[in-house]
Design a protein around this ligand. Sequence first.
Ligand SMILES: [Zn+2]
Length: 220
Amino acid sequence: MMPLKFSRISNENLQILCIGAHSDDIEIGCGATLLELARTHGKINFQWVVLSAFGERRQEAAKGAELFTAGASKQVILKEFRDGFLPYSGEAVKEFFESLKNLANPDLIFTHWHGDAHQDHRLVSELTWNTFRNHLIFEYEIPKYDGDMGRPSAFCPLSASFPEQKVAHLLDAFKSQSSKAWFSRETFLGLMRLRGMESNAPSGYAEAFHVRKFCLSGGL
Ligand SMILES: [Zn+2]
């Protein structure tokens, strides 16, 4: 399959906005892709937004952002909305998303999949689209007990070392999750291996995204 690549129109840094409902969502959903982007695009500014990060989970979110941005410049915004209750704090969450319009205009946005079974994830996806109206948005996937895995349309084949690096960073940064049966090396590697198989990734591993629309530069 002929791959499409991100190219810079100017020499400016690539602005990437990552939005997650909870402390480990961004890292689980697109962590290896971020490492891949940092490798191929030397100049990146990350804007890193987590809506529900408090107590121990706040420290973990900060560590996750540090590990997965690989030393690139970044702005980390951690909020303390109640876990599981985002849709029921709708007005405040909507106001917060309005404030994100003041950030540097992102070239690329990573957010939750609109079909995710978790109510917090779905609201974040909805408000991302509601807030950023003329942007390229990649919706990442989060494996879970509810069994909501879909059929993603965009794949990021991963360099050989990044799947293991992603897992190592996840287990290092989010120790509060280690007692959860699903939060395991096998879960994360298994999903990346499946998506790698679907995209014929040379390393065998990939992360996958739902992309509702994108524009081809200059036509076909
Ligand atoms: Zn989550």
